[in-house]
Every structure is written in structure tokens, then in C-alpha cells.
Design a protein around this ligand. Structure first.
Ligand code: NAD
Ligand code: LMR
Length: 346
């Protein structure tokens, strides 16, 4: 593949949703919130994966219809539906990857943090169930505000004595997907060639695209950097406003989450060259001691995060360095809020 020679990350299968199966496959994926706007298309994309043998769908409502519908697709993954707390244990048993898109989305005028009041408790309760019934699984948190819900999930797993920092992820793939799309369009580049790392967190100014680290190496004017950075940071709001009260990104999010699931499965399957950006416990290594969680590029392997690509934060532009300093207190506040919530007595 000639692209691989130009861009080393391409060997990780960037932009590839359905991967070629390695020696293994046969993985079990559970989706919690599977009947929702993200959950349904995400379930469909995962049903198409050759790496998945079992797909468990859980929701508090409407799961029977989604399960019956999806089960008719003639792809190998076996689909089973679960609903209500009593069925959560069976849904999670034996899962290799648990994806959590359960919770409410934004409406116009809201910030992601405005969702905390409802979604924090949903993620805490689901993380407790993961700790009890799938303690070794990789956990992909989609539910917003992920700058807080990931620390909540991590804290719950810690309290249950099963936390492995390599296995808990906030899914920020959509920021990378958007950055790649917008940069390719602005610079008239083939989409498949473009790879822009996005670091920090997943809300407003905490979303920091590192345009200086784009591949291929692309020159940007200061105006282009400003405009592209703002667009990538506001892309979620762009969709929320366009949907005008009918929720937030679902289709692009399902695409992004499916890509991250596939990348994780390829890592579990022994592919040693899988790289994605995600919000993980790597902050102490890459950003600042006071930021335990941070979105950065990681190498995924048999146990989740195998390596944090901390060097990518070295040699960034002055604009990016200033933006990085500015986002740290915002991110810290959201992380601390999540940890405090998880530590309070119920
Ligand atoms: P939605 O309302 O369409 O679907 C949410 C689903 O969660 C519903 O089916 C609901 O029944 C279910 N649910 C609620 N409580 C549950 C519980 N306790 N257990 C199991 N299921 C439960 O919302 P959506 O558009 O799918 O968005 C879901 C979440 O994803 C939102 O918080 C949204 O902000 C977030 N999101 C994150 C990103 C990202 O980049 N990480 C992108 C888009 C949306
Ligand atoms: C997104 O980036 O699309 C999501 O975080 C959903 C939202 O509320 O913007």
C-alpha cells in the first residue's frame, strides 16, 4: 500500500471501519444504550465486523425490536438483546469490549457539562455492572460529558478493585474523523491520506487538533489554523444546532465508535500497529501532573493501551502550546467534578 510509506499511522488502518481479521477474531462486544440514536447504527456497523462473533445489546427500552431487526443480517455475529437491570449481568458476561453510549444528548443552547446531572449517574451505575460482570473488558465511554464520565467510570472500577488504566477509554475518535474531513476539504487532499491528531479532551476548547502534526505534512496559514481549530471544536454544536432539538451527532458518532471498536479488536487480536487518539489515563505522562486523563494518541494491543505516543506533544506550534495551556484548567475542573461525584456517598 503506497499510502503506508507516506504515513506511518496508516498501517494502523486509519479510516478503515471493517478490518481484515487476523488469526483470531471471535470477540464479544456489548453495547449499553444500544437502542438509541448512536446505539442502533453502531450496532449495525459492529454486526458487520468479521472480528465479532457475539453482539450483546442492552437498553432500558425498545431493545427487542432492534435485536430482531439486526439479527436478520446474514453476517456471522450472533445478536442477543437484554433489557432491565436484571438482564445486565447476562449481557456483560464474557464481553471483550463494552461500549457505553447510554444517556441523554444535548439540545441547542446546552453545553456537554449540562448533561452531567443525568448522565453521571447512568455511567456510574453501568460502570458498577461492568466491574461486577466484565471486569477484564475494554470499556469505551461515549456518554457525555466524557471529560467527567471517564473519570467516573475509572473511579467506580477502582472502588471495586478491578481498575486497569489501560482498559478505560473516552471515545474521541469523532474529533479525529471531523478534523480529517475538514482538513482534507480545505486543502483539497485525498481523504484517505489525511490524519490529524486531536488531543486534550472532548468539550469546546479542550478539543485541541494538532494541525502542526497533520500527515501528510501540510502548511497552514494562521487564519486557516484559527478557522479549522474553531470548526473542529464546534463541530458537535454544528450538528446539535442543525438537528434543532432532535439530539446530537449519531451517524458520524456511530461511524467513529465502530472504527474505535475495530481498532481495539485488532489490538486484542495481536496486530501490533494500531494507533488511535482516545481520552485515557495518560495525562501525567504527556500533559501535566494535575491532569490524570488526557486525549492523546495511543498504541492499542492485547491489554488495551500498550504505549502512549507522548512525543507527539513535543514540537507543537506556539498557537497549539498556548491552547494547550488554556485548556488545562478547564479539563482539570471536569475531571475533578467526575471524581468527586464518584467518591460521594450514594
Ligand atoms: P439517545 O437518547 O438517542 O440514546 C440514548 C440511549 O440510552 C436510549 O436508547 C436510552 O434508552 C438509553 N439509556 C438511557 N439510560 C440508560 C441506562 N441506564 N442503561 C442503558 N441504556 C440507557 O442519545 P444518543 O444520541 O445516542 O447519545 C448518547 C450519548 O452519547 C449522549 O450523552 C451524547 O452526548 C453522547 N455523544 C458522545 C459523542 C462523543 O464524541 N463521545 C458524540 C455524540 C454523542
Ligand atoms: C459531538 O461532539 O458531536 C458530541 O460530543 C455530541 C455533542 O453534544 O456535541
Amino acid at each position: 500500500n503506497p499510502t503506508s510509506r507516506r504515513n506511518p499511522w496508516r498501517r494502523a488502518g486509519i479510516n478503515r471501519v471493517v478490518a481484515k481479521s487476523g488469526a483470531g477474531g471471535g470477540y464479544k462486544v456489548a453495547i449499553l444504550g444500544a437502542a438509541g440514536g448512536i446505539g442502533q447504527p453502531l450496532s449495525l456497523l459492529i454486526k458487520m465486523s468479521p472480528l465479532v462473533s457475539s453482539l450483546h445489546l442492552y437498553d432500558i427500552a425498545n431493545i427487542a425490536g432492534v435485536t430482531a431487526d439486526l439479527a436478520h443480517c446474514n453476517t456471522p455475529a450472533k445478536v442477543a438483546g437484554f433489557t432491565g437491570k436484571d438482564e445486565l449481568a447476562a449481557c456483560l458476561a464474557g464481553a471483550d469490549v463494552v461500549v457505553i453510549p447510554a444517556g441523554v444528548p444535548r439540545k441547542p443552547g446546552m453545553t456537554r457539562d449540562d448533561l452531567f446531572g443525568i448522565n453521571a449517574g447512568i455511567v456510574r451505575d453501568l460502570a458498577e455492572a461492568v466491574a461486577d460482570h466484565a471486569p477484564a473488558a475494554l470499556v469505551h465511554v461515549i456518554t457525555n460529558p466524557i471529560n467527567s464520565t471517564v473519570p467516573i467510570a475509572a473511579e467506580v472500577l477502582k472502588q471495586k478493585g478491578v481498575y486497569d488504566a489501560r482498559k478505560v477509554f473516552g471515545v474521541t475518535t469523532l474529533d479525529v474523523v471531523r478534523a480529517n474531513t475538514f482538513v482534507a476539504a480545505a486543502k483539497r487532499l485525498p481523504l484517505a491520506d489525511v490524519d490529524v491528531p486531536v488531543v486534550g479532551g472532548h468539550a469546546a476548547a479542550t478539543i485541541l487538533p494538532l494541525l502542526s502534526k497533520s500527515r501528510p505534512k501540510i502548511p497552514f496559514t494562521d487564519e486557516e489554523v484559527e478557522a479549522l481549530t474553531r470548526r473542529i471544536q464546534n463541530a458537535g454544536t454544528e450538528v446539535v444546532d442543525a438537528k434543532a432539538g432532535d439530539g446530537s451527532a449519531t451517524l458520524s458518532m456511530a461511524y467513529a465508535a465502530a472504527r474505535f471498536v475495530e481498532a481495539s479488536l485488532r489490538g486484542l487480536d495481536g496486530d501490533g500497529e494500531v494507533y488511535e487518539c482516545a481520552f485515557v489515563q495518560c495525562g501525567e505522562a504527556v500533559a501535566a501532573p494535575e491532569l490524570p486523563f488526557f486525549a492523546c494518541r495511543v498504541r492499542l494491543g492485547r491489554d488495551g493501551v500498550e504505549e502512549v505516543m507522548a512525543a507527539e506533544l513535543k514540537g507543537i506550534s506556539d498557537y497549539e502550546a498556548r491552547a494547550l495551556e488554556a485548556l488545562k484548567p478547564l479539563l482539570k475542573k471536569s475531571i475533578d467534578k467526575g471524581i468527586a461525584f464518584a467518591r460521594q456517598q450514594p
